[in-house]
Design a protein around this ligand. Structure first.
Ligand code: NAD
Length: 488
């Protein structure tokens, strides 16, 4: 039996699919089986230059297409996404590892952004004053900024590109996506669907590659704005490089999300929500709960309940029926996470549930790591401070809400923090005092809807305008003020 070579993925540039000349290729691997799915090109500089030139050319006309006409392409794109939703979900599961239900939920959140961007005629509206002085009026318009690019991570292969693409093109910009080289097949599907909308050549382009391509895009004088989502270390580099060129940059970075459980929290519901947050998507969400801080008498009952939930979670191939958690993205990632657990235990943590020693259902070659719950974690230990990005929940304890808030606010990151309680007063204090951009009250993954900003803070975000909704429209447009007087 002959084994066919994995397909080589192509870029979508200037309205056509082609393989970049002279590119090196990386394998794209199914993390549940360790088997290759495809090969992704690391595009050379000439290729990115071609993409920017095509985008700049397309921009000259696209910016003058009426906003309502631009929105029509997005309506068609939404219809395409709905019609191939199952195929998209399967593609995400195969290359990213999450379950089909998680993949479907991710696509839904992505589609929501397309829907919001369809409202671009209203979102783009400026404002004006008649008669600022006798005979003179003043207007403020929003105009597109030019060629823009987004660099996206592995953990939401469809949703995160859709935080940017719909708003960018709806505003009249031309857009280049550089997806994660670990999950590029989902982006290929997205661009096949975009192609079917009849979008003019050069308006949206797909450019595969790694760090070098990102740096080339940031440095290219034809690129006006850079959106980035990924680790904080890379976000800092991208932000500094873009800012050095005087460009608009928005960088969403890593996270270390705490949830606080007060003694009056509803235990069963809280446990289920926190377990879904910590272990859903194998802990590879930027909004995953990573620290659970119990207050007062919540400690013992929550410790027991969360251990039972972690222990019984079914781990295996995300496409298999009944599986609740898939693998982590790579062997390297699994080693990094087990290394962090090892170090946490050496620093005094006690594993209540040890994912290192449990086998997942299915393929032994996959990069599985079962849920882990660590108790008695020292708040100053690395496991309590650093982003784990895996299915590991560390338990901390505080005597009162004030102490829990102090523990949260001393952290480097500020992506999300959640409180579990029945007390409105405690909730009000929490949302006022906690230094995080997304707050959940009895919510485990406080992911803003597409018409709210995805509001990370501190080391979880560099910039001022976030992804999604109005922030997206403001990021992708330049204001222009016109003061006018007409003779006679
Ligand atoms: P990553 O930083 O390794 O890669 C993200 C993207 O940046 C990829 O496209 C990659 O090719 C590129 N890249 C990597 N290093 C780079 C560098 N030094 N310079 C320029 N580009 C570089 O991240 P990942 O492992 O793909 O994703 C996981 C990370 O993303 C986690 O830290 C997670 O918290 C974060 N994340 C954050 C959010 C958020 O909204 N804050 C959302 C999703 C993921």
């Amino acid at each position: 039996m002959s084994v066919s070579a994995p397909p080589r993925l192509r870029n979508f540039i200037d309205g056509t699919w082609h393989a970049p000349a002279g590119a090196e290729y990386l394998p794209v691997v199914n993390p549940a089986t360790a088997r290759p799915l495809a090969e992704v090109p690391l595009s050379p500089r000439d290729e990115l230059h071609s993409a920017v030139v095509a985008a700049s050319r397309a921009f000259r006309q696209w910016r003058f297409v009426p906003a309502n006409d631009r929105a029509q392409f997005l309506y068609r794109f939404k219809a395409g996404l709905e019609s191939r939703l199952d195929e998209l979900a399967r593609t995400i599961t195969d290359e990213c590892g999450k379950t089909l239900a998680e993949a479907t939920a991710e696509i839904r959140r992505g589609i929501e952004n397309v829907e919001v961007a369809c409202g671009i005629p209203s979102l783009l509206q400026g404002w004006n004053n008649e008669q600022i002085t006798p005979g003179i009026d003043e207007h403020c318009f929003r105009q597109p900024v030019g060629v823009v690019t987004a660099i996206t991570p592995f953990n939401f292969p469809v949703m995160i590109p859709l935080w940017f693409l719909p708003y960018a093109i709806a505003c009249g910009n031309c857009f280049i996506l550089k997806p994660s080289e670990k999950v590029p097949r989902s982006s290929v599907l997205l661009f096949e669907l975009l192609e079917q909308t009849g979008l003019p050549a050069g308006v949206a382009q797909l450019l595969h590659g790694g760090r070098e391509v990102v740096e080339g895009l940031i440095d290219h004088p034809g690129v006006a704005a850079v959106s980035f989502v990924g680790s904080t270390a890379a976000a800092r580099q991208v932000y500094a490089r873009g800012a050095a060129h005087g460009k608009r940059v928005q960088c969403q970075g890593g996270a270390k999300n705490p949830v606080v459980i007060l003694p009056d929290a509803e235990l069963d519901q809280t446990t289920q929500i926190v377990a879904d947050s910590a272990f859903g998507c194998a802990g590879q969400r930027c909004l995953a709960a990573s620290l659970a801080i119990t207050v007062g008498e919540a400690r013992q009952p929550f410790r027991e309940a969360i251990s039972a939930a972690a222990h019984t979670r079914r781990v295996g191939y995300g496409a298999a029926a009944g599986v609740q958690m898939g693998p982590v993205i790579s062997a390297h990632s699994r080693e990094r996470i087990t290394g962090l657990i090892d170090a946490g235990c050496r620093a005094g943590a006690r594993p209540l549930v040890d994912g290192r020693t449990r086998r997942a259902e299915g393929d032994d070659e996959g990069f599985f790591l079962c849920p882990t719950v660590l108790d008695e974690v020292d708040p100053t230990a690395e496991i309590a401070r650093t982003e784990v990005f895996g299915p590991v929940l560390s338990l901390l304890h505080a005597d009162d809400l004030g102490e829990a808030i102090a523990l949260i606010n001393q952290a480097e990151y500020g992506n999300m923090a959640s409180l579990f309680t029945r007390s409105g007063g405690a909730a009000r204090r929490f949302r006022a005092e906690v230094e995080a951009g997304n707050i959940g009250i009895n919510i485990g993954v406080a992911a803003p809807m597409a018409y709210f900003p995805f509001s990370g803070a501190k080391a979880s975000f560099l910039g001022d305008l976030h992804a999604q909704g109005r922030h997206g429209v403001e990021f992708y447009t330049q204001t222009k003020v016109v003061v006018e007087r007409w003779p006679g």
